[in-house]
Write a protein that binds this ligand. Structure first.
Ligand code: ATP
Ligand code: FE
Ligand code: MG
Length: 344
């Protein structure tokens, strides 16, 4: 079946068409430029941008794929988690289409979409997959079974998400928003062993309670303290070394815990998704350590890591393939949808 996917959880308006695990088209409009001068997403501005961008994005997607709305068999939409106002625009549009075309609606989980989008690139998931979803709002370890029939959350961040920590450290180093990609670029020229930043929740005493949880706010504070001390001493900040040491600390903890989880649960396939999986330090470390551990590491190309319609269409398509039931047209949106909820 031909699935139309709609994404509007944050600042990206995404529309895509997927058939099985084949991606026909993926079009994204972003309001990021409108938020940059505020140093963060302004929900009101994002909602309005979705309203303006939706129809042109849909038309462009259909046009590029050479398909018409009447050929669409089902509508999938991200029903959460995300910004309520943004979600509402995409969900209202999805319901209107489902109603007008008389096709089933599938309200799906955005974060699980960040993992399942990989099926469009590397093929259908094996029965059990470990997934590290890392983005601006999430850092979670998920055990996905039966191509997203069930999802178990093994752990998550207790404070900042990985991308959020990068953005905050970016701000304190005076880099433009969002800082993540800038730190990535700087880190490539620095020495990752220059400064020994802390690896939170990795001590043996956390094994019982927080084996697969993360914490990045202490690391961010450690970077701030280190930079302040250098400034107080009248020394110039070695920005590339700070970026490299910080990025190494983040990637190290993420991979340490993720590979431990793969071993403990006997899972041989790891899928990394979400905006932060664009990070080159994490990608490099995942590849080398995964290979050494005999784990098949799947990371989609960067264009599928950030928010897009393809991830939503991919998950809608998987839910249909697995015999999932369609959503009621009366569904609401859930800004804090649990990661164990695949579809509503
Ligand atoms: P969520 O999916 O949890 O709702 P989101 O949609 O805001 O969050 P994404 O768009 O998936 O998040 O990811 C954006 C985040 O990824 C930002 O914090 C950004 O700084 C970070 N990021 C993007 N590219 C890189 C990179 N190369 N290195 C580090 N961080 C990056
Ligand atoms: Fe996202
Ligand atoms: Mg985004």
């Amino acid at each position: 079946p031909l699935v139309l996917g709609i994404e509007s959880t944050c600042d990206e308006t995404g529309v895509a068409l997927v058939e099985g695990t084949d991606l026909l088209v993926d079009v994204t409009a972003s309001s990021m430029d409108e938020h940059a001068r505020f140093g963060g997403i302004v929900p009101e501005v994002a909602s309005r941008a979705h309203l303006e961008a939706f129809l042109p994005t849909l038309e462009q997607a259909l046009d590029r794929a050479g398909r018409t709305l009447s050929e669409v068999d089902a509508i999938a939409v991200a029903a959460g988690p995300g910004l309520v106002g943004s979600l509402t625009v995409g969900n209202a549009a999805a319901k209107a289409l489902a109603l007008a075309l008389d096709r089933p609606l599938y309200g799906v989980n955005h974060v699980i979409g960040h993992a399942v989008v990989d099926e469009l690139v590397h093929g259908e998931f094996p029965d059990r997959v470990m997934s590290l979803v890392v983005s601006g709002g999430h850092t979670s370890l998920l055990l996905i079974e039966g191509s997203a029939v069930t999802v178990r959350e093994l752990g998550h961040t207790l404070d900042d998400a990985a991308g959020e920590a990068f953005d905050k450290v970016g701000r304190l180093l005076g880099l433009p928003y969002p800082g993540g990609p800038h730190i990535d670029r700087l880190a490539r020229e620095g020495d990752p062993t220059a400064i020994p930043f802390p690896r939170a929740l990795t001590a043996p005493k956390f094994k019982a309670t927080h084996a697969y949880d993360f914490s990045f706010s202490g690391l961010k504070t450690a970077v701030a303290r280190w930079v302040e001390a250098e400034q107080d001493a009248g020394r110039e900040i070695p920005v590339a070394d700070v970026a490299a040491s910080f990025a190494d600390a983040v990637a190290d903890v993420l991979m340490m815990k993720t590979l431990d989880a793969c071993r403990e649960h006997g899972v041989e396939t790891l899928v990394i998704g979400g905006g932060f999986s664009a990070n080159s330090q994490l990608r490099d470390m995942a590849t080398t350590r995964g290979e050494a551990a005999g784990i098949d590491v799947r990371i989609p190309p960067i264009r599928y890591c950030t928010d897009n319609g393809a991830m939503i269409a991919a998950l809608g398509s998987a839910v249909m393939r697995n015999g999932g039931v369609a959503s009621d047209l009366g569904i609401g949106v859930d800004s804090s949808m649990p990661l164990t909820t695949v579809s509503v």
